[in-house]
Design a protein around this ligand. Structure first.
Ligand code: SF4
Ligand code: SF4
Ligand code: SF4
Length: 334
């Protein structure tokens, strides 16, 4: 690049809540730095671009594509592949793109089950003919092919090669600023970090958490609405399920500072393949379940029963990229 021209940036949102696009604007005045070093060639949420505008670009002519949202529809996969072809660098931005995110919790159900609930079974649904979205449609005599709804939600790297990951739901402003810094350095020198870099901490959230820990065991699980936690003591030691021991740091412990436990949106550290399993094992050890031989079966069951919605608790952001995803899907099919 060597500084003589602006970086060409593309943004895209797939299965997303829009929060990642809003977070991009949270960098406030640094957006001016972006404007100084970059030309935006595609950003559907903010500007009127069409897919054919992207198709007309030369392959490899976009420098950096920042892709948020999971892959739920055939349209998301097609645009991901198109943008991958056009872009030198592909960034998975946000937990949905990195791991499948909250939309990925739908992987416990297949397409038919989802359609039945959404279009037929909710109390507020009035749909006597049971109409559900179709891939073929006709409007004013013209045949239209609409995007297919996949049976499964995928993280971005299951459909295209990804160069960098910026986790978080949404990513913290500081880490977005790090990404801006990387793009600025690329514009200036052509240098990039090693492929596969996760723009966050290499350590766990507990390593950046300011709370006191005494590594004591807990005998019951509590929920945030049940009491006002002490502001200085580890939330896990106060009985709240905090996924800090298993979650990658980098968010600045923002939930912890608001006196709420970590839900795990930064996903696992590099040392861990399955975030939920790692979190479950950390919680089990604090609960003393590794000493289960000393507990009666009733005590053990009573303790485990206190964890409401285990799948949503331990895999809230990472189910599609977890090993357990395949097991859940297989069990559903049987
Ligand atoms: S990562 Fe979070 S904020 Fe970003 S699109 Fe997904 S749900 Fe929304
Ligand atoms: S478990 Fe949660 S509250 Fe406790 S130290 Fe780790 S991040 Fe902080
Ligand atoms: S504390 Fe946990 S859930 Fe909250 S932003 Fe950080 S990683 Fe995400």
């Amino acid at each position: 690049m060597a500084g003589e021209k602006k970086v060409k940036l593309a943004f895209y949102w797939a299965a997303t809540c829009g929060g990642c696009d809003v977070a991009t604007l949270d960098i406030e005045e640094r957006i001016l730095d972006v404007a100084a070093i970059a030309d935006i060639v595609f950003w559907p949420v903010a500007m009127d671009f069409k897919y054919e505008d992207v198709e007309k670009l030369e392959d490899g002519s976009v420098d950096v594509c920042i892709f948020n949202g999971a892959v739920r529809l055939s349209e998301h996969e097609e645009v991901a592949k198109l943008l991958r072809r056009k872009s030198k660098v592909m960034v998975a931005f946000g937990s949905c793109a990195c791991f499948g995110g909250i939309p990925g919790l739908a992987n416990v159900a297949d397409k038919e089950q989802i359609f039945n609930i959404a279009y037929k079974e909710t109390v507020s649904t009035e749909n006597p003919e049971g109409v559900t979205p179709q891939t073929e449609s006709e409007v004013d005599g013209k045949k239209l092919t609409l995007p297919a709804f996949f049976d499964e939600v995928f993280p971005l790297d299951r459909v295209v090669d990804v160069d960098y990951y910026v986790p978080g739901c949404p990513p913290a402003v500081e880490r977005i600023n790090d990404l801006v810094g990387i793009v600025a350095k690329y514009a200036e020198t052509g240098e990039l970090p090693p492929k596969g870099t996760v723009i966050a901490s290499e350590k766990t959230l507990c390593d950046e958490c300011p709370r006191k820990r005494e590594e004591k065991r807990i005998k019951e699980i509590r929920r945030p609405q049940d009491f006002m936690p002490d502001l200085e003591t580890c939330l896990l030691e106060q009985g709240l399920i905090c996924l800090g021991p298993a979650t990658r740091g980098g968010c600045g412990a923002r939930c912890i500072k608001a006196n709420m436990p970590c839900r795990g949106c930064y996903g696992p550290t590099a040392a861990v393949r399955d975030h939920g399993a790692s979190a479950l094992s950390a919680i089990a050890s604090v609960l003393g379940l590794d000493e289960e031989a000393e507990m009666t079966e009733e005590q053990l069951t009573a303790l485990i029963d206190q964890i409401k919605d285990p799948l949503g608790t331990f895999y809230r952001f990472t189910l599609p990229s977890a090993l357990i995803n395949k097991v859940v899907r297989k069990k559903e099919v049987e």
